[in-house]
Design a protein around this ligand. Structure first.
Ligand code: ACO
Length: 325
């Protein structure tokens, strides 16, 4: 069976910066608290008339240019997002339309912060069948549109942006294994309450600010550390990998303390754990492709790479791949 190898990476963040000191001006917080508790210094904010499809369009354009691929060669585009342009329709097909991917079909995957890992593994199955040769996987969000800037416990964490990869078949390199998990218990601990079919939006719910993300930060923190480190261990064991053989761990960027705790649990050196949360905060499904994009020059052909994520749902998992270039 062919493997799905990554042959190009792209990323996009909007220009507008929302720094910790900007937040100090609008809520009772301070730069020192945010830095020491989360590792975040600033995050990016999309313009009002910009959304996930605009980000996706820019990511696709970069991928096509970098890889010398014609738009009509792309057969499938999967977009991992929980903040798509609309509730209906999906965002993936809109990205295909805007990018001239005339031969592609698309669909979205909503696994919150684990979305990119879930989407990448899903896409890899299409390649493994031998039927599909060129698939784009995008992960990205406009999280700021779901932030209540009166809630200092959550709004300081999130930002906008994302990235994507091109997948093509290969005998040797690419996605080798993944362990994906879920637990609907998390449904009540991290959510946007209103705007879906259970609680459609109305004035009362808007006034009660039910259209924003709320969470139990402490429980999420504990579950995230445990979920990411346990699935990394599992995927390493299943593939007979020692920590020395892993070139890079690419963790979802939720909180630098979560990332450090995962590194400590695995006794894994910090220098081989990708980290850019200081600049972008938590972009949910966008964090892992943004890391790959920023660290692309440091990745080498044959590197053993483990992607790991935890998010709303709860959803979590770890994916093992061999870097192809
Ligand atoms: N500025 C200043 N003080 C604050 C702020 C803030 N922005 N937010 C909370 N505080 C205060 C609290 O009110 C509390 O004060 P008190 O002791 O007087 O009651 C104090 O700081 C400590 O609050 P805690 O909630 O215990 O702080 P904690 O160290 O747990 O950090 C945080 C909170 C950052 C939310 C952390 O729990 C966390 O990162 N959790 C994970 C959440 C997450 O990442 N969610 C994203 C989605 S899921 C994912 O991506 C994995």
């Amino acid at each position: 069976m062919p493997k799905a190898k990554i042959t190009a990476v792209a990323g996009y963040v909007p220009e507008k910066i929302l720094s910790n000191s900007d937040l100090e001006k609008i809520m009772d917080t301070n730069d020192e608290w945010i830095r020491t508790r989360t590792g975040i210094v600033e995050r990016r904010v999309m313009a009002e008339d910009e959304a996930v499809s605009h980000m996706g369009e820019k990511v696709v354009a970069q991928i096509l240019e970098k890889s010398g691929t014609a738009p009509e060669e792309i057969e499938l585009l999967i977009c991992a997002t929980c903040t798509g342009d609309y509730i209906l329709p999906d965002t993936a097909n809109n990205i295909c339309y805007k990018s001239g991917l005339t031969k592609a079909f698309g669909f979205d995957i909503n696994a919150a912060c684990s979305g990119f890992v879930f989407a990448l593994y899903t896409a890899s199955q299409f390649i493994q069948t031998g039927r599909y040769k060129k698939i784009i996987v995008i992960g990205g969000e406009k999280m700021t549109s779901y932030m209540n800037y009166e809630d200092r416990t959550t709004s300081i964490l999130f930002g906008d942006g994302g990235g994507g990869v091109l997948l093509e078949p290969d005998e040797e390199y690419g996605v080798i294994d993944a362990i994906l998990k879920g637990d609907g218990y998390g449904c009540q601990l991290l959510k946007v309450e209103a705007g879906g079919s259970l609680y459609p939006m109305n004035q009362e719910r808007l006034d009660a600010k039910k259209n924003f993300v709320t969470q139990d930060g402490r429980q999420v923190f504990r579950r995230a550390v445990n979920g990411m480190s346990s699935t990394i261990k599992e995927v390493m064991e299943r593939n007979n990998l020692t920590a020395d053989e892993i070139s890079w761990v690419v963790p979802h960027q939720a909180n630098e303390r979560i990332i450090n705790a995962v590194g400590d649990a695995l006794d894994f050196p910090k220098e081989r754990i990708m980290l850019n949360i200081a600049k972008y905060g938590n972009t949910s499904a966008g964090t892992i492709p943004l890391c790959l994009w920023e660290y692309e020059d440091q990745l080498k052909k044959g590197d053993n790479v483990i992607l790991t994520a935890f998010g709303g749902g709860f959803t979590w998992g770890s994916l093992y791949l061999k870097w192809a270039y």
